[in-house]
Design a protein around this ligand. Structure first.
Ligand SMILES: *Cc1c(COP(=O)(O)O)cnc(C)c1O
Length: 427
């Protein structure tokens, strides 16, 4: 019987000092992923950037890791931009995405000196150009296009007319050319190239290879037919991670080598060049580095189910309820014990769907007070957390070399009422 350690810190110490539920990140794992992406996503033919998708998990401590590693960042709202700014991310390394950015958000981006706006449609392009001219601020722009390659975890399908809410379909060449022309009319908007993001939790390189080929060929065609020239290409994110044993992601090294090789081949084949190619990993940087610790409370047997209840649930991890995401877990103070009994791990929220894990083998005779750890909760856990049922958001602890520090505090009861007011609205 042993106790799980994260970053060299025994988790029972963290639970004792910080309470549960608590998210714990192994800092070294974040650093390793970033270093691997920086090391392997490189080419002699073009520059590269690693653009972390901050929606996976963001806060000052995380931004500092990105800055240290020389990574850039994706934001999708004024709020994420504000967090990046507060964390010290150089604004020229920010890419602002989103299918419905508001005028205020575009202004905020221009005022902050954001490097690049990833446009979604022609109207947005016009609004950005007008704002940039008005403010006399130069900004780079890219356009999100939908390459019609949809990744469904293990295979891809080609969809002629795509029904995604994001970007312009690759088939709408005239519309795309019109947008690039509109951007070109502005001396403040510098059109840099195309962006695509084909999905998430993709394990194999097939769909990425297909998308890369489609995108570069598309660009070559746009150059030939419309005289459009551009210098950047973003291949998006979505690199899969291991949540359970059923997930078999490629290593960062293999994925990067395979993507770089494909880019180089297709650029040569099409006879076009590219100044810079980017990828946007989110979960594959934060996901496996994160763990959630819970304390086991009561238990219940109902029909053929044996439930253990934990002190968190859908408020700190909505993914199982939202899209049947699966996770692996252990009893963190009884590591290495034989797993002889099947359990359902349920949360404490008032929803029948608040079940974190269905059918998992764990040691028998789990007791009230035991610590349950769920693995790979670093991405889309904290960032999707809510205070449903008046349960404040759990704190985030970073652990490294036997030391731990709280980087986000637990939301208190006071915090739950801090926005309440009785202000009159001046109609
Ligand atoms: C969500 C998203 C990503 C990151 O996806 P992951 O699955 O976390 O890697 C990258 N780019 C864009 C545009 C996204 O919307």
């Amino acid at each position: 019987m042993s106790i799980l350690e994260i970053g060299g810190v025994p988790v029972d110490r963290i639970a004792e000092k910080c309470g549960t539920p608590v998210y714990v990140f192994d800092e070294a794992k974040i650093e390793k992923q970033l270093a691997d992406y920086k090391r392997y996503f490189v080419s002699d033919m073009f520059d590269t950037d690693i653009v972390y998708a901050s929606k996976a998990f963001t806060c000052r401590a995380m931004i500092q890791k990105l800055v240290e590693a020389g990574a850039c960042i994706d934001v999708v709202s004024g709020g994420e931009l504000f967090i990046a700014e507060q964390g010290g991310m150089p604004m020229e390394n920010v890419y602002f995405h989103g299918n419905n950015k508001t005028g205020e958000e575009l202004e905020q981006a221009l005022d902050a000196g954001v490097g690049t706006i990833v446009l979604d449609n022609l109207t947005e392009c016009g609004i950005l150009a007008d704002l940039a001219e008005h403010k006399r601020k130069r900004i780079n722009a890219m356009l999100r296009i939908n390459p019609g390659v949809e990744a469904h975890t293990h295979e891809y399908i080609m969809t002629g007319g795509s029904n995604s809410k994001f970007g312009i379909s690759i088939n709408e060449k005239d519309a795309i050319a019109e947008l690039v022309k509109r951007a070109g009319e502005s001396e403040y908007v510098d059109f840099k190239g195309f962006h695509s993001h084909i999905g998430s939790q993709i394990f194999e390189d097939t769909a990425f290879m297909k998308a890369t080929e489609v995108l570069i060929s598309f660009y070559a065609e746009m150059e030939r037919e419309y005289g459009i020239s551009c210098s950047w290409l973003s291949l998006g994110g979505g690199f899969g991670i291991r949540y359970t044993d059923a997930d078999k992601p490629m290593s960062v090294e293999d994925m990067c080598r395979s993507l770089i090789g494909k880019c180089e081949d297709v650029l040569k084949k099409e006879g076009v060049s590219m100044e810079k190619i980017m990828i946007e990993p989110g979960r594959s940087i934060a996901g496996e580095a994160g763990y959630t610790l819970y304390t086991v409370g009561y238990q219940k047997t109902a029909g053929d189910r044996h439930y253990i209840f934990v002190d968190g649930g859908m408020g700190d991890n909505i993914r199982p309820a939202l899209y049947q995401a699966e996770y692996d877990a252990d009893i963190a103070n009884r590591m290495g014990e034989e797993k002889e009994e099947e359990y359902y791990v349920a949360g404490k929220y008032c929803e029948s769907g608040d079940i974190l894990i269905k059918q998992i083998m764990l040691p028998k005779k789990i007791e009230k007070g035991d610590l349950l750890v769920i693995y790979s909760t670093g991405a889309y856990g904290y960032s999707m957390a809510s205070c449903y049922n008046g349960i404040g958001r759990a704190p985030v602890v970073f652990a490294k070399d036997g030391k731990a520090r709280t980087v986000l505090k637990r939301e208190t009861y006071r915090d739950l009422v801090r926005l309440e007011t009785d202000e009159e609205v001046n109609i």
